[in-house]
Design a protein around this ligand. Structure first.
Ligand code: G3I
Length: 380
């Protein structure tokens, strides 16, 4: 058993090395001059594209995104509730546009996300009479959904976020409708379905607060079981919604190492650096919680002081130094948006604040953090 496990881990590691080589070749092939180009020997560098950005067709913005990044993630347009708000009423427009844009610009296109409890359509867990749905019926809906979306974009999606945020920091499996109805092995079933739908797709699990030791221990256990049972999972997405002084980077690195040891490729999937006061102890991305606005919680409404700008720059550099240390195992680093103007962090967990978490300012100009990340590589 022991040697079989070692064999599985070794073959998984070999497979990951191959995949990473493919990812890096992809990055190197793109002839561009932006930040992604600077990191092309290390990992893909991506951003999230909002439906609004695509719909606006602002060529200056879209050209900037295509120049600076070589990977894109759908911020919202591929979520189940957005794609199929009513049974069978598919809204493919924005998702098609997103995939076409990525292909036109030779970018790695990331599908986000096949199964997520949040933004699942309300009808999903009910039958035609409005009663709770049976296990068999939900299984069928999930399978059809996966086949439909993965089939439509087969060969065009570089990486799929197969399951998103299925684990709670303290309690293990999050008690979602999927978990309760499909049972404790539901994530495993979903990875198998995704692999069957597109055997060539790179499949990852994606979550926030991945530095958390409880979450890490739980997931390591789950993934070890997956290795033994040959569940087709290829990588882990560490969302990387961080702040100026959280999380503890030692814990973050411990998690990176733990997943690498399991032979999984690392993806930093949704990075940004929140500079505002933490409204509560919570530092994750669970979007079901909110706080009352107060000026105290929004101290930089008129602009970011130089001192904080510097802290933001230092934090980005510190994180990228860590990523470079593990460049052999990192497939991609994706920012959760391009300009501060479009970040979800302006409205979460308090609505109406001015946050400054990304690499481009509200006028889509590169910030000091952007220049520091270029310098980090060019002067290394
Ligand atoms: O499009 C509607 C618009 O028509 C309406 O007028 C407006 C009113 O509030 O809402 C708009 O939809 C919002 C949508 O973002 C587009 O802006 C939704 O209310 C809002 O809930 C949604 O938030 C998204 C959130 O996921 C929930 O899906 C954020 O943009 C998106 O950045 C965020 O991304 C998640 C990742 O998918 C998973 N990890 C955590 C991350 C942050 O929560």
């Amino acid at each position: 058993m022991h040697s079989r496990r070692q064999f599985l881990t070794r073959s998984a590691q070999a497979a990951v090395a191959l995949t990473l080589a493919r990812h890096q070749a992809f990055a190197s092939a793109a002839q561009k001059s932006g930040l992604a180009d600077v990191y092309k020997e290390d990992f893909l560098l991506g951003t999230a594209l909002s439906t609004h950005t695509l719909a606006e067709k602002n060529t200056q913005v879209l050209d900037l995104v295509a120049r600076e990044f070589n990977a894109i993630t759908a911020e919202n347009c591929m979520k189940w509730g957005v794609l199929e708000p009513e049974p069978g009423q598919w809204q493919w427009g924005p998702a098609d546009e997103f995939v076409n844009y990525g292909q036109e610009h030779n970018m790695a296109v990331v599908g986000h996300t096949l199964v997520w409890h949040s933004q699942a359509p309300l009808w999903l867990f009910k039958d035609e009479q409005g009663n709770p749905i049976s296990k068999a019926a939900l299984q069928e809906r999930v399978e059809q959904h996966i086949n439909r979306i993965m089939g439509r974009y087969k060969g065009k999606i570089h990486t799929w976020d197969v399951v998103n945020e299925a684990v709670d920091e303290d309690k293990g499996w999050r008690q979602t409708g999927f978990y309760k109805i499909l049972g404790p092995d539901y994530m495993e079933q979903i990875f198998r379905l995704a692999h069957a739908a597109d055997p060539n797709a790179h499949l990852i699990y994606n979550d926030y607060n991945m530095h958390d030791p409880h979450k890490r221990a739980f997931l390591v256990d789950v993934f070890k079981g997956y290795r033994q049972r040959e569940v087709p999972i290829h990588g882990v997405g560490m969302q990387t919604h961080v702040g100026l002084d959280y999380p503890d980077l030692k814990e973050f690195e411990n998690s990176m190492k733990a997943y690498i040891d399991l032979g999984l490729a690392l993806h930093m999937t949704e990075m940004e650096v929140d500079v505002l006061p933490v409204a509560w102890e919570f530092t994750g991305a669970e979007i079901s919680t909110g706080f009352e606005y107060s000026d105290q919680l929004n101290p930089y409404a008129d602009g970011l002081p130089d001192k904080v700008q510097q802290q933001l720059t230092d934090r980005y550099v510190q994180m990228f130094e860590l990523f470079l240390k593990y460049r052999e195992n990192i497939a991609r680093v994706t920012l959760w948006g391009t300009s501060d103007a479009e970040s979800w962090k302006n409205n979460f967990p308090v609505r109406g604040r001015s946050n400054y978490p990304l690499l481009f300012d509200r006028d889509w100009q590169a910030k000091p953090a952007y220049h520091a990340l270029k310098k980090l590589k060019t002067e290394a």
